[in-house]
Design a protein. Structure first.
Length: 333
C-alpha cells in the first residue's frame, strides 16, 4: 500500500506554479471553503491594523509612534503572507522564511520601543542596580542554568541581549536571499539535511536558539522595568508566535518522516501539502494573536504617567521620598 502511494506521488506532473486552479483540481470545493474562512480572518486584522495606524499619532508621544507603527503592521503582514501562500502553495517555501523575517523584525522593534519607554539603556541598567535585578540566565530554553549564580545587568550584557535578535533577523534575510539565488539560477537543492546547499538552514538553528534565549532574558528584565505598562505583553505575544511557528516545522517533519502525510493528486505533492497545511494553521494563529496584539499597541499612555526619562526609576525610593515629605509637614503642623 505504501509503495503504491509512493509511486503515485513520484509520477505527479506538477507545474512550476501551483495556484488556485490546481488546488481546486486536487481538493475540490474544500478549497472554496478555505478561501471564505481566510477572507473572514484577513479583513478584521487589516481593518484593525489600518484604523490603529491612523489613530496612532493622537494616542502616543511622537517618539513612540515609529516603533509602534512597525509593530501594528506585523499582524496584517503575517496574514497577507499566509494568505498568499494558501492561494499559491508553490510559494510556501519562500513565504515561510518571510514570515520568520516579519516576526524577527517585530522582536527588534519591540526592543526599540521598550528601550525608549524606559528612557534608554543607561536608565535600564541603573534601574536594575537599584532594584537588585539580576540577569535571568536560567531563562528558557537554557533552564539548565537556573542553579547558577545570576550576574549583574551591565551595559555590555544589555547590548548583547539587544544585538542577538538583530543578528537573527540578518540571518533570516540571508537565508531568503540564498533561496532566491538558487531559484534564479535554476538550482535544485538535494533535499538532504546534511548538505552544502542546506548549510544556511543548519546555521540558522544555533543562531535562532541563542537569539530567543537573549530575547527571553530581555523580556524578563522588561517585565520589571515596564511594570504597570501593558505594552510589555507585546514582547510575550511575539515570542509565543515565534515559538509556535517554529514548532510547526518540527511537527510536520515528524508527519512526513513517519509517512502520515502524503501527496494529493493530481497537483499537490507532499511538499506542497505540507506548506499548505502549515499556512492554514499559521493564518488562524496570526488572527488569534494578531487582534489582541493590535489592541495592546493602540492603548494610550496616560498623561499622568511620568516621562520616558524617569519611567525606570525606583518606585520604592519615590514612595519613600513622599512619605518623608509628609512626615515633615505633619511635624511642622
Amino acid at each position: 500500500m505504501m509503495m503504491n502511494v509512493s509511486e503515485t506521488c513520484d509520477t505527479l506532473n506538477i507545474p512550476a506554479i501551483v495556484g488556485p486552479t490546481e488546488v481546486y483540481s486536487s481538493i475540490g470545493h474544500w478549497n472554496t471553503a478555505v478561501y471564505i474562512i481566510l477572507a473572514l480572518h484577513l479583513l478584521p486584522v487589516w481593518c484593525a491594523g489600518t484604523i490603529t495606524l491612523y489613530r496612532l499619532s493622537s494616542h502616543l508621544p511622537p517618539l513612540l509612534v515609529p516603533p509602534t507603527a512597525w509593530l501594528v503592521s506585523i499582524p496584517p503582514a503575517l496574514m497577507s503572507l499566509t494568505a498568499t501562500a494558501i492561494v499559491i502553495p508553490s510559494l510556501g517555501k519562500y513565504v515561510e522564511v518571510l514570515l520568520e523575517i516579519v516576526i524577527c523584525l517585530g522582536l527588534v522593534k519591540f526592543i526599540q520601543l521598550s528601550i525608549i519607554i524606559c528612557g534608554g539603556p543607561e536608565n535600564i541598567v541603573s534601574f536594575c542596580k537599584k532594584r537588585k535585578i539580576k540577569l535571568p540566565i536560567g531563562s528558557p530554553p537554557f533552564v539548565c542554568f537556573l542553579p547558577c549564580r545570576k550576574p549583574e545587568v551591565t551595559r555590555t550584557k544589555l547590548n548583547i541581549l539587544v544585538f542577538a535578535p538583530i543578528l537573527l533577523l540578518v540571518v533570516k534575510i540571508c537565508m531568503l536571499a540564498i533561496d532566491l539565488i538558487f531559484l534564479s539560477i535554476g538550482y535544485h537543492p538535494s533535499g538532504d539535511f546534511i548538505a552544502y546547499d542546506n548549510l544556511h538552514n543548519i546555521l540558522s538553528f544555533p543562531v535562532g536558539l541563542i537569539a530567543i534565549y537573549c530575547y527571553t532574558m530581555f523580556n524578563f528584565i522588561m517585565n520589571d522595568c515596564m511594570e504597570g505598562n501593558s505594552k510589555r505583553f507585546l514582547g510575550i505575544i511575539l515570542l509565543v508566535e515565534f515559538i509556535l511557528f517554529d514548532c510547526l516545522r518540527l511537527f510536520f517533519i515528524f508527519l512526513t518522516g513517519t509517512g502520515m502525510l502524503t501527496c494529493v493528486a493530481p497537483f499537490l505533492s507532499q511538499h506542497l501539502v505540507v506548506h499548505l497545511l502549515k499556512n492554514y494553521i499559521k493564518a488562524f494563529l496570526a488572527t488569534g494573536l494578531g487582534i489582541p496584539f493590535i489592541k495592546l499597541c493602540s492603548k494610550k499612555i496616560e498623561t499622568s504617567m511620568p516621562p520616558a526619562s524617569v519611567l525606570c526609576t525606583s518606585m520604592s525610593s519615590l514612595v519613600s521620598d513622599e512619605s518623608t515629605k509628609q512626615r515633615i509637614v505633619d511635624v511642622q503642623e
